[in-house]
Design a protein around this ligand. Structure first.
Ligand SMILES: [Fe+2]
Length: 199
């Protein structure tokens, strides 16, 4: 079986930060931003785009502007990660609406989003629906589940994947890597020690 995710055994966010981030996101639903499909299937974010006059359809995937609102809460963790990790990364909170199936897809920004470390935040434990990865889509529709117990994990977002959410809102924190840092490259760097600045 092809490897599509790799368990990470160092701390991304401390338990204290996770709990602070969850409290903040849950108490500020008005700050969550929807992503939309334009008629030609491009994904846009209304926060950064003028959608006047364009008919759009929500994907069910939403985001929380980390840089704008969570910088202070995660600053210590990001600083620690910058001192630990030898390659550039970006932070992100992916938020899925209740009762939403995103649809099987690969992430579109292939230059910026090759692989990502996912840290489930909400809901906790079994209520958090696993990410489904389809390594041989569409010929073989067998999914590999990346459940909360597999996380934090580095996963290949250039493999087909989906989320079939339950009636909870669902969100996770991610640090992601762009080209030339593909999933295979980052796995190799973790294994041979070059992913870390400190040996
Ligand atoms: Fe995705």
């Amino acid at each position: 079986m092809k490897t599509v995710f790799k368990k990470i055994n160092f701390t991304i966010l401390t338990e204290e930060t996770k709990s602070n981030v969850v409290s903040f996101v849950l108490s500020h639903p008005e700050l969550i931003e929807d992503f939309y499909f334009t008629p030609d299937k491009k994904i846009i974010n209304p926060y950064y785009n003028d959608i006047n006059g364009i008919k759009v359809k929500s994907t069910g995937l939403r985001t929380f502007p980390v840089k704008k609102y969570l910088s202070e809460l995660i600053a210590t963790d990001v600083q620690r990660l910058k001192e630990l990790i030898s390659i550039p990364f970006t932070t992100y909170i992916a938020y899925t609406n209740p009762n939403t199936k995103l649809g099987v897809h690969k992430d579109t920004q292939t230059d910026k989003r090759q692989c990502s470390i996912i840290v489930p935040l909400y809901p906790i434990e079994d209520n958090y629906k696993p990410t489904l990865i389809y390594p041989n889509w569409p010929n073989d529709k067998t999914a590999i589940k990346m459940a909360v117990n597999d996380c934090p994990a580095l996963w290949n977002i250039q493999e087909y994947h989906d989320v079939e959410n339950n009636d909870n809102i669902r969100f996770n924190f991610q640090i992601y890597f762009g080209l030339p840092y593909t999933f295979e490259v980052v796995c190799e760097m973790i294994d041979n020690g070059t992913f870390f600045k400190i040996k």
